[in-house]
Design a protein around this ligand. Sequence first.
Ligand code: NAG
Ligand code: NAG
Length: 269
Amino acid sequence: MDGTSRILIALVAFLLIAIQDGSGRLLDDSCGITSPNPVTPKIDGGKDTDIFSNPWMVRVMENCKVICGGSLITSRFVLTAGHCVSTSHMQVRLGEFDIKFPPKERAFTLDVDKKIIHRKFSLDSHDIGLLRLNQTVMFSDYMRPICVLINERIGPYSIFNVTGWGANSRGETPATLQIATLSQMDRYKCIRKFKLEDTMDWICAGSETSDACEGDSGGPLSALRMYQGRRRFFQFGVISKGLRSCNGLGFYANVAYFGNWIADVIQNF
Ligand SMILES: *[C@@H]1O[C@H](CO)[C@@H](O)[C@H](O)[C@H]1NC(C)=O
Ligand SMILES: *[C@@H]1O[C@H](CO)[C@@H](O)[C@H](O)[C@H]1NC(C)=O
């Protein structure tokens, strides 16, 4: 082998490594895909979600009482807010859509056997936690993880969906999963309103229209994005604080910022 080919081989190897290092990955390859709604489309312009549109949405429970929302991000892990992780007995309810009429064949409850809160967690920063289910779940049309991207950003951030069973501005608790659209807001609005530090671990989002007050803490802030030729739903934030008051502004744990933390926890547990 002459010197030139050796240099060439070294260069090719270097390039391959460089490409691999720089490239992001999905936490779970089958994430973020939804099935078309099999039922007749809704007639009015209401904000109920379609029955198959958010298969990653879960309810987080403490001592058999729902306390928060969360999202399935792998077959074994649920992402939620740090303040939703409790020292009491915790469970996760999956496959839920209409909580008044839980379809037996799709909704069920699993125990949480491991709880991880970010070590820098405080109520207004690093508000992120992971719950490990006591068994893996099988993916289906109504149970599938949302995409979390590791080592890669997709942007720009601008408009998001937020989902939850949280009470609306009239104090009513809806039975079916609700969806609202939010926009990314000027960070200084959140800094002023919530007295936050200007750090990258949170994002500020809200709505100009006062009806966007749905969502339980711990639930996902998501958006549809094209990724490697396929439309998938990605999680951008975890609801931390703000929406319940229906005043149009809230802050969210910045999932992109915590990508490596999430991947490390999942690998280590
Ligand atoms: C996980 O928890 C659920 C709910 O308590 C229980 O029915 C199920 O048997 C548990 N699975 C395992 C593998 O322990
Ligand atoms: C919100 O979700 C709906 C489907 O439930 C989807 O059509 C829409 O594109 C999503 N919005 C964004 C900003 O991704």
